[in-house]
Design a protein around this ligand. Structure first.
Ligand code: FAD
Length: 469
């Protein structure tokens, strides 16, 4: 039996980062993957969806703003096949890069399905049916991620009833698209196909889209969807569907007790992801799985079985790639005997709708619920020269501070490059910054970052380019 210091199960952004870091720390490491290296993130999640989103944004700009800027393109067309080929090229480059990094850092990669058979042993079933057992002397890291949730009344058929995996690979833009679930994935992918001409309908069971996100930000995206002709049903449940003789699909929805039927061509089910904790053998070794299927771990990434660690989507929300990767790095250091722990002030989130939303820390409502009196600074992109030059003036930067001390508690951005700008908000929270720290930091002109500086100044009643109220 081959022995390693550490065995990592899963090679998503949690697992592969953990294995690379273990290799860097001179730990003999095996990383086991049953599908493709890179996990959901590289193969059909973050990267493929962002490639399509960027293409949609470029197409949209070519249609909506370029002529105003004085750039005449003639007719602008899209070619879904070429787009898919381009996207797949990016995925190949990245997954190839991960393989190379694992190798050059000395981590072994093995294709197969892993099961935990004891607190320090893992069994791997390979494609040829053979089974091999490996031992880990220091730790087993569970990084098996999550899978799409299916609704029984909308079983995936891979063509007309699809999940995110199929939605990032469409080689034809549907004329009509109905998205079940107004969460991050549903809105991001729904807006891609809307930009390419699909009539979009979003059906959300809850009273709001993107529940938990600053609703002022969400409203900006909601308005954009509606401005492009999209329809949004809230408090609405998708009940079932019937195939029509012309090949279309009649979806039955219940809107606050009132039945309605919506005819569409494709239904994207985007109601969330569930952790991959089943079939891993965890029950046999006594690893706790919580009610929702997550495998919780402590600040050192340890499950209730001290030699078994869990990271990424499997260990609990937020289900985000950068959270998985950071946990992977930290847990590698823990296993290598370094002084490390999961210790961060916030995990920022970015939602790649059009415009983007990005958040870090508390919303005003969350802070108030904790009994903190807040003062909110807000600066609209409509008042910013750079945003005007980009023709992207919808949205704002909002900074939530403690009313007494003006310490930054949360940052919420909706608008151009919100996903890039939020890193500054995350840094402010990590450094326990005050509004003054941000307002006194010179931000280059003209940039979108000036909106962050002005929002901080506004929290102190001292913004220059808007009237302070
Ligand atoms: P995964 O990426 O799910 O990887 C787990 C790996 O483990 C898989 O490759 C799987 O095959 C393997 N595995 C499972 N069981 C076994 C076993 N028994 N043996 C061997 N291997 C096994 N997050 C962001 O932060 N930003 C985004 O923009 C973003 N966009 C997204 C868009 C979409 C459409 C989707 C679906 C998700 C998106 N996410 C995004 C979420 C992100 O993809 C996940 O949070 C991230 O991939 C989780 O990483 P992970 O390493 O925990 O698991």
């Amino acid at each position: 039996m081959k022995t390693y210091d550490a065995i990592v199960i899963g090679s998503g952004p949690g697992g592969y980062v953990c294995a690379i870091r273990l290799g860097q720390l001179k730990q003999k490491t095996l990383c086991i993957e049953k599908e493709e290296v890179g996990g959901v993130c590289l193969n059909w999640g973050c990267i493929p969806s962002k490639a399509l989103i960027n293409a949609a944004h470029t197409y949209e700009k070519a249609h909506s703003s370029m002529a105003t800027m004085g750039i005449k393109l003639g007719s602008v067309e899209h070619d879904p096949n070429a787009m898919q080929d381009w996207k797949e090229g990016i995925v190949k480059r990245l997954t190839g890069g991960v393989r190379g990094l694992l190798k050059s850092n000395g981590a072994d990669l093995l294709a197969g399905t892993a099961t935990v058979v004891s607190p320090n042993r893992v069994e791997v079933k390979k494609a040829d049916g053979s089974v091999e057992t490996f031992e880990a002397t220091k730790g087993i890291v569970l990084a098996t991620g999550s899978s799409t949730i299916e609704i029984p009344s909308f079983k995936f058929d891979g063509k007309q009833i699809i999940g995110a995996k199929e939605a990032v690979s469409l080689r034809e833009v549907p004329k009509r698209l109905l998205v079940i679930g107004g969460g991050v994935i549903g809105l991001e992918l729904g807006m891609v196909y809307q930009a390419f001409g699909a009539e979009l309908v979003v059906v959300e069971a809850l009273p709001t889209l993107l529940t938990g996100v600053d609703q002022d930000c969400v409203k900006v995206v909601e308005r954009r969807i509606q401005k492009r002709g999209g329809k949004i049903y809230k408090n609405a449940k998708a009940m079932g569907y019937e195939k029509q003789s012309d090949g279309s699909i009649a979806v039955k929805i219940d809107v606050e007790g009132k039945p309605e039927t919506i005819v569409t061509d494709v239904v994207l089910v985007a109601v969330g992801m569930r952790p991959n904790s089943r079939g891993l053998g965890l029950e046999n070794v006594g690893v706790n799985i919580d009610k929702r299927g997550f495998v919780p771990s402590d600040e050192f990434g340890r499950t209730n079985v001290p030699t078994i660690y869990s990271i990424g989507d499997l260990s609990g929300p937020p289900m985000l790639a950068h959270k998985a990767s950071k946990e992977g790095e930290v847990i590698a250091e823990v296993i290598a005997g370094h002084k490390a722990a999961k210790d961060w002030a916030c995990i920022p989130g970015a939602i790649f709708t059009d415009p983007e939303i990005a958040t870090a820390g508390l919303t005003a409502e969350e802070a108030q619920a904790k009994g903190i009196e807040v003062s909110v600074g807000k600066f609209p992109f409509a008042a910013l020269g750079k945003a005007m030059a980009m023709m992207e003036t919808d949205g704002f930067v909002k900074i939530v501070t403690d009313k007494k001390t003006k310490q930054v508690l949360g940052v919420h951005i909706v608008g151009p490059e919100a996903s890039t700008m939020i890193s500054e908000g995350a840094l402010a929270l990590e450094m326990a910054a005050f509004a003054e720290d941000i307002a006194l930091t010179i931000h280059p002109h003209p940039t979108l970052g000036e909106a962050f500086m002005e929002a901080a100044a506004h929290a102190m009643g001292a913004a220059i380019h808007i009237v302070n109220r």
